[in-house]
Design a protein. Structure first.
Length: 404
């Protein structure tokens, strides 16, 4: 069981850091929520096939992987706040580029730049929180991502309904993203504080920075990397393809489908808020296992769909079940793999999650193009089964190969 010894009363500088991080993660999540709703309009704008979402996701993921895998070393070299300053500007420029791109290839190029900034923000913030702050604050950090992902489809649905178009959403979010650099500049000193007592960094003041090859030579690390890949792919496939499944596959209106996709992210956000209150007191293994089982059952109900409300309710349940898995696994990385490997492993795990977000929904699009949109639910069921199996292998592997 993971527990925390940090005081419930946080210093002002810590509150500033946490508040800024939460704002960054809200904005980090908005584009993920927008894409599924925007995609039919984007396809029409550029005249591309259904499966081309995979190209867009792979471009952003390539940029993400370029930075996320080495974020631990970048933090050691330049510090977390300088890294974040550059990242929010780069990601904001990428979002604006997506919104203004006149040609498909320019859209893909902008998505690559967007991914570069996203990789630093996501992996950097996860590493910082895992080493310096509590599991409770980590869950709430990811709840903020869910809040952004919930805002995304609402924003995009509103813009499409008003006639403003999908481009406006990306430009608006890009401007907000880049503007966060002002807050980081003004409060830069707050990020140089000492970690609160009871956290990984405070309890291990002289953490050695291991070489990446040394970390990646451990088989258990790769099992966890595969687990993060699969988990994120299930989460993103549900978020990106449910709108198309409900509208094009099952005849739901744009408004109804948009509402339930938003509700998926709302349930996801509520789950992370809820587990934030109990994260310091739960058994991580049992909680993650239970949530993955519920997620699998939910995908089965989405596939079964005897009446529409069953799949809608199952989608909402899936969001809640998936909510605590990622932050709990990230927070426990120093315990599962060892403190010395954690800064390297977290970046790789986050990168693997980004790859899963690109590859699994992209593959779903290719299959849907070839076999019809009805292939999405059984595809999600299969991915959920693989995720649960990998979790059990990771648990047994960690017991057989204790963290060094």
């Amino acid at each position: 069981m993971i527990t925390t010894r940090t005081s419930n009363k946080l210093a002002t500088s810590t509150l500033v850091v946490v508040g800024t991080a939460y704002l960054i993660f809200i904005v980090l999540g908005i584009p993920d929520g927008m894409l599924g709703v925007a995609w039919p309009s984007m396809r029409a704008t550029y005249g591309v096939a259904l499966g081309q979402m995979g190209v867009l996701l792979l471009a952003s993921t390539a940029g993400f992987l370029l930075t996320s895998f080495s974020v631990g070393r970048m933090i050691a070299l330049v510090g977390i706040v300088r890294l974040l300053m550059v990242a929010v500007v780069v990601r904001g420029a990428g979002l604006i580029g997506i919104g203004l791109a006149p040609e498909w290839w320019l859209l893909v190029l902008a998505a690559f730049g967007f991914g570069i900034g996203s990789g630093v923000l996501d992996a950097g913030m996860n590493t910082y929180f895992a080493m310096n702050l509590s599991p409770r604050l980590m869950n709430w950090l990811h709840a903020c991502f869910g809040l952004g992902a919930m805002i995304g489809p609402i924003l995009m649905t509103s813009l499409l309904s008003s006639g403003a178009g999908w481009r406006a959403g990306y430009v608006i979010v890009g401007v907000v993203q880049a503007s966060i650099v002002i807050l980081l500049i003004v409060r830069a000193k707050d990020w140089q504080q000492q970690a609160p007592s009871g956290t990984v960094a405070a309890d291990n003041p002289n953490i050695p920075h291991k070489r990446y090859l040394a970390t990646l030579s451990r088989p258990i690390v790769w099992v966890n990397v595969a687990l993060f890949f699969c988990y994120a792919g299930v989460e993103a496939t549900a978020g990106n393809w449910s709108f198309t499944l409900f509208t094009e596959g099952r005849g739901a209106s744009v408004a109804v489908a948009g509402f339930w996709v938003s509700f998926y992210w709302a349930s996801f956000t509520f789950g992370r808020l809820f587990f934030g209150f109990i994260a310091d007191r739960v058994n991580v293994l049992n909680t993650v296992r239970l949530m993955m089982v519920i997620a699998l059952i939910s995908t089965l109900f989405i596939w079964w769909n005897p009446v529409d409300w069953v799949s809608y309710a199952a989608l909402a349940t899936l969001g809640f079940a998936m909510a605590p898995v990622f932050p709990l696994m990230i927070s426990s990385t120093p315990l599962r793999l060892g403190v010395a490997d954690a800064t390297n492993a977290i970046g790789v795990q986050v990168g693997a999650a980004a790859l899963g977000i690109a590859v699994l929904p992209g593959l779903a699009g290719v299959l849907a193009q070839q076999m019809g949109i009805a292939v999405i639910p059984p595809y999600m069921v299969t991915a959920a089964i693989v995720m649960l199996v990998l979790q059990e292998i990771a648990v047994r592997g960690a017991k057989q190969a204790p963290a060094r």
